[in-house]
Write a protein that binds this ligand. Structure first.
Ligand code: SAM
Ligand code: SF4
Length: 455
């Protein structure tokens, strides 16, 4: 979501005539987009912002500096006290007001603060992506009403509001006409999509949205599409629909049915469980019977063989005993996830879990985290090795971060694949946005290696 907010800001700025600069030192405008999900990310935001403090404006008197995102929302005007070199602070619900904020800054207003939440019940939007993108993040809702006791999101992103299903379908259609092949639907708990719009009675539910998107994409593929000049063309079409994040309490039979019946829904489920201990889950206000959670995933695997399943886990939540932690290890062994994003607990301001303190020493948290990840990476390696020799359809995202000569992309099951550029293609950039058959030749715990399958 944070990544998409950055993309949205870039897009709003490009509409205003701004262009990206290669080096921060060449820029006339720098915006730091911050994340406050853990203390570490918050500290990172503050320390990276500090580096322009001393001489940024001396070198370039036109330089304007802004601070955005969840830390900005959380700390608001206090941010200016620690960072007087900032020109503006803009909150999570104000990205569309960026042009006005910049106008005020350009006209000499100092320390502009724009951090309110939109008070209306409606949430409408046109997804903005950068030119040439074949993968688009689409916000279907914003905010969160769950208040898991460790989590700052309900405070930094406000109350839950959904966009109307019909608006989202039209938005995605426009994106697909523009060349988008994959969409990722974003919400903190996508399963509660539509509640603010009347839910089931009003036909505004997440499964209904998935079915409507599949139908729209099927029709576009069957009929071709007429553009504004009256020409009918066949765009590459919507190949994959992804979503994040789903909540275990709401992942039900209907969702399993969607995965089994909708061909465009990617075979990947990210279902964050956070812990394997019922006691810890209750204290997190995230209780779901672990046996039911496992049964639903078993059923999903029966109906969609080979589907990737990933999760988030928090280690060292207050009160987590060695026995509780062992329950998390047991769950990880039982489910055999394709990937696990594990974090050590970090107390966050304003959250309910603050009442429990932070009693687990950092070394214990780190040791448990390392044990968990050792176990998980060995499972991941085994799973990834089973893909060697298989052909996966990979949406190329351009050059790999580690090696600009190598192309990278993801399988339908969300696994990273690095592959060599075939003869006749000059660079990985040329393949960006294309869906290619890649034969998997090797695998480690985190990524697959392959080559374009020309046969
Ligand atoms: N809405 C999603 C959900 O409910 O799963 C994800 C929200 S959060 C942006 C992403 C992940 O950060 C969470 O699933 C959790 O594992 C982790 N997280 C959130 N708050 C945390 C905290 N205080 N300390 C450590 N990890 C945290
Ligand atoms: Fe945070 Fe829980 Fe909402 Fe996810 S569902 S954003 S973890 S409060």
């Amino acid at each position: 979501m944070n990544l998409h907010d950055t993309e949205r800001m870039s897009s709003v700025l490009q509409e205003q005539g701004y262009r990206p600069s290669e080096e921060v030192s060449d820029a006339d405008l720098v915006i730091f987009n911050s994340c406050s999900i853990r203390d570490k990310s918050e500290q990172k935001a503050y320390s990276s912002m500090g580096f322009l403090k001393k001489d940024g404006k001396k070198k370039n008197p036109n330089l304007k500096i802004g601070f955005a995102g969840c830390v900005a929302q959380q700390d608001r005007d206090q941010v200016f006290q620690g960072a007087p070199h900032l020109d503006f602070v803009i909150g999570t619900d104000s990205i569309d007001q960026l042009p006005e904020v910049l106008y005020r800054v350009e006209n000499g207003e100092k320390k502009v603060l724009q951090v309110g939440f939109d008070p209306s019940n409606d949430y409408t939007l046109e997804t903005k992506i950068l030119p040439g993108r074949s993968l688009a993040y689409v916000n279907i809702m914003k905010g969160c009403d769950n208040f898991c006791t460790y989590c700052i999101v309900p405070f930094t992103r406000g109350r839950e509001k959904s966009r109307r299903l019909e608006e989202i379908v039209q938005d995605v259609k426009r994106l697909v006409l523009g060349g988008v092949a994959e969409i990722s639907l974003l919400g903190q708990n996508v399963n509660s999509y539509g509640k603010s719009l009347g839910g089931k009675k009003a036909g505004q539910t997440f499964p209904a949205l998935l079915r409507a998107l599949q139908k729209m994409a099927d029709e576009m593929e069957a009929n071709g599409t007429t553009d504004s000049t009256g020409r009918t063309k066949k765009p590459i079409g919507l190949q994959r629909i992804r979503y994040t994040t789903s909540h275990p309490k709401d992942f039900d039979e209907e969702m399993i049915e969607c995965h089994a019946s909708l061909s465009r829904l990617a075979p990947h489920l990210h279902l964050p469980v956070q812990s394997g201990s019922p006691k810890v889950l209750k204290r997190m206000k995230r209780y779901v019977p672990i046996e039911l959670y496992c049964e639903r995933l078993d059923e999903l695997r029966r109906r969609v063989p080979g589907i990737s399943i990933t999760t988030d886990l928090i280690v060292g939540f207050p009160g987590e005993t060695e026995e509780d932690f062992q329950k998390t290890l047991d769950l990880v062994t039982r489910i055999q996830y394709d990937n696990v994003y594990a974090y050590t607990y970090s107390p966050r301001p304003g959250t309910a879990a603050l009442q429990y303190g932070d009693p687990i020493p950092e070394e214990v948290k780190k040791e448990r985290h390392a044990r968990l990840m050792d176990m998980q990476t060995s499972f991941q390696l085994k799973k990834n090795k089973t893909l060697v020799g298989k052909v996966e359809m990979v949406l190329c995202e351009g050059p790999s971060k580690n090696d600009p000569e190598v192309a990278t992309g993801r399988t339908p099951g969300w696994k990273v694949v690095n592959f060599s550029v075939p003869d006749g293609v000059k660079s990985p950039q040329e393949l960006e946005g294309k869906i290619l058959p890649i034969k998997i030749t090797d695998a480690n715990s985190y990524a697959l290696k392959g080559q374009v399958d020309l046969v």
